[in-house]
Write a protein that binds this ligand. Structure first.
Ligand SMILES: O=P(O)(O)OC[C@H]1O[C@H](OP(=O)(O)OP(=O)(O)O)[C@H](O)[C@@H]1O
Ligand code: HPA
Ligand SMILES: [Mg+2]
Length: 168
């Protein structure tokens, strides 16, 4: 269980639909096609699972491993919990050379830094990136500002939207 530190909540919202996520993850696969080939994929659960399925399908990657990390409690980052590390045969003898790491996004970059230490020579890819985490990522598709919270389709549902004018 994480113990959230009290950071200010991001004021801006960037909602992502299933359709948009699929298109962005597929765009990531197109970009990664140039950077490969990859002998295995490591996805960072849980957010990385959906992007990993789409990229693995596009790039014909059949060996898919997980690294299980938790740090956010709602929108607050707390202590890191590494629940499962990467299997030795996936790390290989050369520090993760030929491995593709996939996550949904990089925010502060703390998760990416932790996983990079496990696989220093792997290629790190995310669908979305915020400026603080961007230097940790080799390939990404869309950058959003640091004060934006990305709402993923698996965390959201259809809801009434009040009019922009504020009336009603
Ligand atoms: O760059 P950072 O500030 O470290 O944040 C990015 C990480 O935070 C989220 O995962 P989270 O820990 O919330 O777990 P989840 O994927 O299970 O939702 C997201 O999926 C990334 O893995
Ligand atoms: O902007 C975000 N959206 C969803 N999960 C996250 N985890 C860290 N940052 C974010
Ligand atoms: Mg995650």
């Amino acid at each position: 269980m994480t113990s959230p530190t009290h950071q200010p909540l991001p004021p801006k919202a960037f909602p992502v639909s299933w359709d948009q996520f699929h298109r962005d993850a597929r765009a990531l696969a197109w970009r990664l096609h140039e950077a490969g080939p990859f002998r295995a994929m490591v996805c960072i659960t849980r957010g990385g699972l959906v992007a990993a399925a789409i990229v693995a399908r596009e790039l014909e990657i059949r060996l898919v491993e997980t690294v299980c990390i938790s740090s956010y409690e709602h929108q607050q980052q707390g202590d890191f919990d590494v629940l499962k590390r990467v299997a030795k045969d996936v790390v290989g003898t050369d520090e993760g050379q030929g491995v593709l790491i996939v996550d949904d996004l990089v925010d502060t970059g703390k998760t990416a830094k932790l996983v990079r230490e496990m696989l220093p020579k792997a290629h790190f890819a995310t669908v979305y990136a915020k400026p603080m985490g961007r230097p940790l990522v080799d390939t990404f598709i869309t950058e959003v500002s640091q004060d934006t919270w990305i709402f993923f389709p698996w965390d959201t549902g259809l809801a009434f939207q009040p009019p922009i004018s504020g009336a009603g």
